[in-house]
Design a protein around this ligand. Structure first.
Ligand SMILES: Cc1cc2nc3c(=O)[nH]c(=O)nc-3n(C[C@H](O)[C@H](O)[C@H](O)COP(=O)(O)O)c2cc1C
Ligand SMILES: [Fe+2]
Ligand SMILES: [Fe+2]
Length: 397
């Protein structure tokens, strides 16, 4: 990549990652890619904000070298120590001996824990400022967005907020950097929501606190550490994040997510009756086969829709394992407050319904109905499935 000047003497020095299959070793991104955005400010003192994943260290250092020469780097500001941003730290430490590494107290501890870096490091405090010459930086502590050490860095004169993971998205920057250059906003909003639900959702309360904290600062440019840089409409992504964060505690949007899995189609055949009942109620509906769909792609619907129908058979006195995995991820990410129901087939003991009920109780789902039926669904089973589906739909309007 070549650096991109976002304002005079302020450069994006990020990396497009098109080769990582799983973000955090977990979330599929091979088709979308992801960026690690870092920023260089040239002033009387030169400062770097965030770095890149270790794999891309050479590309990353090359960009820096072309702009300042690494020995002329004065400050390295680590908003966040997760290795997607800090992976290049150790090499940079060797190549930039004059740079002081700055971060919140917990970030400095992590520099030692991850990379054994202890020299020439300095703890910064919430709202502390740092003069670079013409420009002033101000550090804003935003814990748990996304780790406990995470902060944002604000450029006072230029009104640029380097917001780190907050307001980020999956997706590579295919020849553009800014929101006003992008012609695929729908795609990026979907990928921002997937990123939000996969990465940030569990800390929604902290996201709202962070949004509240930064509301005191005028923002001309919002520069996150993943995805595009917002200079035309920074408030657009901020309001989306605010909406999504609010959904952690408030009822979400109208609609029902249907998760199903089936070995021999007994559960699947009954599914059609359920979908018809929900459709007839005129409620938006998204259907996922959990055995072939990664939870990464299910979470956006789970997060944003009020209703949830789980359809899965019993397996070894418990629930069909891919469904358990999907529900586990829902629990980890805090998918709460749903109008929910369950049905599924069994052959001798049953057991899936009890598993569903455990998740429902842990996640405060309002259970409108459950049904375990033996073998194939008989007429009265179908009627019950239709009735519980209609109820979910009514409650999800
Ligand atoms: C590997 C395996 C384990 C199962 N374990 C149980 C069980 O512990 N208890 C039970 O009632 N049924 C059990 N079943 C039976 C299924 O729940 C039953 O066949 C059901 O109709 C499958 O629904 P489906 O056609 O939607 O896949 C098991 C089936 C399989 C293949
Ligand atoms: Fe992170
Ligand atoms: Fe990140």
């Amino acid at each position: 990549m070549r650096p991109i000047e976002i304002r005079p003497n302020i450069f994006w020095v990020g990396v497009n990652d098109r080769s990582t299959e799983l973000f955090e070793g977990l979330w599929p991104i091979l088709n979308q890619g992801v960026t690690y955005n870092a920023y260089l400010i040239k002033d009387e003192k030169n400062a770097l904000i965030d770095l890149s994943k270790e794999t891309f260290t050479d590309d990353f250092l090359e960009q820096l070298e072309s702009l300042v020469g690494l020995e002329n780097l004065d400050y390295v500001i680590t908003n966040h120590m997760e290795p997607d941003h800090s992976g290049a730290l150790l090499r940079l430490r060797e190549c930039a001996p004059n740079a002081k590494f700055l971060g919140m107290g917990k970030a400095v501890a992590m520099m030692k824990d991850f990379y054994n870096i202890v020299d020439n490091v300095e703890v910064v405090k919430h709202e502390q400022t740092l003069s670079l010459g013409k420009n002033t930086l101000k550090f804003i502590f935003t814990p748990l967005v996304h780790w406990p050490e995470t902060m944002m860095t604000y450029m006072v004169e230029e009104k640029i907020m380097f917001s780190c993971d907050a307001f980020g998205s999956y997706g590579c920057l295919d020849g553009f950097l800014f929101d006003d250059e992008a012609n695929n906003h729908g795609y990026f909003e979907r990928e921002a929501l997937r990123y939000y639900t996969n990465i940030v959702a569990a800390y929604s309360k902290n996201v709202l606190q962070a949004i509240d904290k930064i509301s005191a600062y005028p923002i001309d440019i919002l520069a996150p550490s993943h995805g595009m840089v917002w200079r035309k409409e920074p408030e657009r992504i901020i309001s989306l994040y605010k909406k999504w964060a609010t959904m952690a505690t408030e009822p979400a949007e109208p609609g029902v997510t249907v998760l199903y899995g089936s070995m021999y189609r007994n559960t699947e055949r009954a599914l059609d009756f359920a979908l018809q009942a929900i459709s007839e109620a005129g409620v938006p509906l998204e259907v996922f086969n959990v055995a072939v769909t990664d939870p990464s792609f299910i979470l956006p619907s789970l997060w944003t829709k009020r209703g949830l129908l789980v359809a899965a058979p019993t397996y070894e006195r418990a629930m069909f394992p891919p469904m358990v995995h999907a529900l586990d991820i829902a629990e980890i990410k805090g998918v709460r407050n749903k109008a929910a129901g369950y049905f599924g087939s069994y052959a001798w003991s049953g057991g899936a319904k009890a598993v569903f009920e455990e998740y429902a109780s842990k996640l405060n789902w309002d259970v409108v109905g459950t049904l375990e039926f033996i073998g194939s669904a008989k007429q009265q089973d179908v009627q019950q499935i239709q009735a519980l589906s209609r109820k979910i739909a009514e409650r999800s309007k």
